[in-house]
Ligand binder design. Structure first.
Ligand code: FES
Length: 71
């Protein structure tokens, strides 16, 4: 499912960059996905995804995709 329409990246794309261990901020997600925030409608979702990974919890989508968690 698309998280960001302006930059055309999906939940899987966000989980992939978080799992890479290179994400230090919400802005990193956009940069690593090849874009930047534009309209801003997706920022809260991306922020929640980054925060979920940072707290060490296991987001369901990551588990379902079999992706390792950042941290
Ligand atoms: S939907 Fe992500 S910046 Fe517009």
């Amino acid at each position: 499912m698309y998280v960001c329409i302006c930059n055309a990246f999906t939940e899987k794309d966000v989980h992939r960059v978080i799992a890479s261990g290179q994400v230090r901020s919400v802005g990193c997600v956009y940069r690593l996905c090849g874009g930047r925030p534009r309209c801003g409608k997706c920022v809260s979702v991306v922020r929640e995804m980054v925060a979920g990974a940072a707290c060490g919890c296991e987001p369901l989508a990551c588990k379902e995709a079999g992706m390792p968690l950042a941290g």
